[in-house]
Design a binder for this molecule. Structure first.
Ligand code: NAG
Ligand code: NAG
Length: 135
């Protein structure tokens, strides 16, 4: 079964997640409702992606909590506008514990700087700005 989510439903999911996290009781130490924002390794500020090519997004899983949400997704952003260039990975299509995901750079994206990705899991963590060049 494949899901196609509109941006508004994505934002509703994010809002619902935020409410759930805020509702978690304040306890000391790590628990299942801890927000985990994995550090994005690639792309970084030196990255140049070729439009239409297949590339890897990688992140650090060394500090992953035991239980995490399955609702991972990766968006492509221009000028910090989340998902302005769409989804590189749809929600639920991979696990945050994988540490990497192979994605295709959309061939329709205009060459330029100020691209970033956001890795959604428990919360959204964005990469630095990087560059996309024409094939
Ligand atoms: C992405 O990473 C996987 C695992 O390391 C590797 O097998 C694959 O060749 C990589 N893909 C690209 C496009 O670099
Ligand atoms: C990139 O974003 C910065 C602000 O974050 C802006 O000042 C700059 O003009 C942008 N550059 C391009 C090429 O869009």
């Amino acid at each position: 079964m494949q899901f196609k989510l509109s941006l508004s439903s994505v934002l509703a999911i994010i809002a619902a997640t935020a409410v759930a996290v805020n509702a978690a009781p304040a306890v000391k130490g790590r628990n299942v409702l801890d927000v985990w924002s994995p550090r994005i390794i690639s792309p970084d500020a030196t990255t140049v992606w070729l439009s239409g090519s297949t590339v890897n997004v990688t992140w650090d899983t060394s500090d992953a909590p035991v239980l995490i949400s399955n609702a991972a997704a990766i968006t492509l952003n221009k000028d910090d506008r989340i998902a302005s260039e769409g989804f590189l990975k749809e929600f639920g299509s991979f696990s945050l514990l994988d540490g990497s995901a192979e994605v295709t750079v959309p061939a329709t994206v205009k060459p330029g700087k100020n691209y970033s990705i956001t890795l959604f899991g428990d919360s959204g963590n964005s990469s630095p700005h990087f560059q996309i060049t024409a094939a």
